[in-house]
Write a protein that binds this ligand. Structure first.
Ligand SMILES: [Zn+2]
Length: 424
């Protein structure tokens, strides 16, 4: 295969963290389109290029990772997702800023850098509430413009040595570098963490927040698999990565957002006291069987069963004449729709609040993305909540729909119909 023409940068034959070659594939979702590339027409959406979507696990450090890396330029240059759209996310940023200030002792005037800071939502909170100086590094030009317009200094670039040097030269060394929901999207994680080490103050901290591999398996979050999301991460591989670079994980905390994430603090080895939580997380992973291949084989069977069940439940509803729409056109939604084969004949439309997505078509399925007025004017019988991690917000925000008798379907971890009064 000519990798360059195929859009595939490389096939992953050695682990991106430990370089081990004991990789075994445990889930195959078939040929799938890029989840964030919404198309201008329904037929373009349906005919979109597809790539093999398979997950493999490393038998040495237990990092789960996709078998291919797609050219990031195909995926991120006009990344449409805006973090400030969600209230849950902003609340999460506020709590994070305060907690990090207290644990690291951040002071007025300290520098905080956010890697892939999107439209600057997290840094705006740091700047306004903590009085620190902030720099955002993000490759998406449309998001960088939004961030700049809100007074957040932004370097339009991927994170790496060059961005790190530019920051040190222009703004000095940061006390804290944050990377929320980006580590799992990075191919060369070694350079990523090492550039942070070179940029930070001696006693500075790199804070990574990523969806936790234990929740991924435990809550059957197969729909969080998409091509941007290269790794499905436990603490053990991160611990090994830090150790290989002369660093150490010195704290780890569980967060509930996005279906379960962990916040991991890494610093130069010896520069920080190590919290007992680090050993506790590693021990829990080991005891839960996550450092063993049997868990992954069992999960494969479970996910096949879940997909079969979703297909039969939805097709049963359609046969009974029910109309179904979905909420929202997120990456995970597109994985679920494509993995289950739910196309425009099955789901009438997808409601979304992101202006850049409205009027476009969901990749692979050809389902139109519409705004909330369509939900009010032609309501379905069921609203399939694809962004199940924001189910509470979505249900609260569509009270007219449920008051008129509309029901919700939550697909993960198992098919469930919710009537708004019974929702929690
Ligand atoms: Zn490995």
């Amino acid at each position: 295969m000519n990798l360059e023409d195929s859009g595939i940068v490389r096939e992953v034959s050695s682990c991106r963290i430990c370089a081990g070659t004991d990789l075994s594939t445990y889930l195959d979702l078939g040929m799938m389109p890029l989840a964030n590339n919404l198309a201008g027409t329904a037929s373009d959406a349906r005919e979109m290029r597809r790539f093999p979507m398979q997950v493999q696990v490393c038998g040495d450090c237990w990092l789960s990772q996709l078998t291919v890396v797609i050219d990031p330029r195909e995926m991120f240059s006009n990344y449409a997702y805006r973090s400030s759209i969600s209230k849950t996310y902003i609340d999460h940023c506020r709590t994070m800023a305060k907690s990090v200030r207290d644990s690291l002792g951040l002071k007025n005037g300290d520098l905080v850098v956010d890697i892939a800071g999107n439209d600057g939502a997290l840094l705006a909170v740091f700047k306004d509430e903590l009085g620190v100086r902030v720099v955002n590094v993000d490759p998406a030009e449309n998001l960088a413009e939004i961030a700049e317009s809100q007074g957040i200094t932004t370097i339009t670039s991927f994170w790496g040595d060059e961005a790190a040097k530019e920051i040190v030269a222009k703004y000095g060394r940061p006390s804290l570098i944050t990377a929320t929901n980006v580590f799992a999207h990075v191919d060369d994680v070694r350079s990523f963490v090492s550039a942070a080490k070179d940029c930070l103050q001696e006693d500075g901290a790199l804070m990574l927040e990523f969806p936790y591999g234990v929740d991924f398996i435990e809550h059957r979050e197969f729909d969080t698999i998409y091509f941007e999301h290269l790794s499905y991460v436990l603490l053990e591989p991160v611990r090994q990565l830090a150790e290989n670079l002369g660093m150490a994980v010195f704290d780890v905390q569980k967060q509930d957002i996005h279906g379960g994430t962990i916040r991991v603090f890494i610093g130069v080895d010896g520069a920080h006291d190590v919290s007992p939580s680090v050993d506790e997380f590693i021990e829990n992973e080991r005891r839960g069987g996550y450092h063993d291949s049997a868990v992954y084989a069992a999960w494969n069977r479970e996910i096949d069963g879940l997909i079969d069940d979703l297909k039969s439940q939805i097709s049963g509803l359609r046969k009974s004449g029910a109309k179904i729409a979905a909420f929202a056109a997120s990456a995970k939604g597109n994985t679920l729709l494509n993995a289950c084969g739910f196309n425009y004949e099955c789901v009438d439309y997808i409601v979304d609040d992101t202006p850049e997505k409205i009027g476009r078509y969901s990749p692979g399925t050809g389902i139109p993305v519409v705004d909330r007025t369509v939900l009010a004017e032609t309501p379905p019988d069921y609203l399939l909540i694809l962004a199940w991690n924001f189910a509470k917000d979505i249900i609260a925000g569509t009270a007219d729909f449920s008051a008129a008798g509309g029901k919700y379907i939550i697909p993960i971890p198992a098919f469930k119909v919710v009537e708004s009064r019974g929702a929690d």
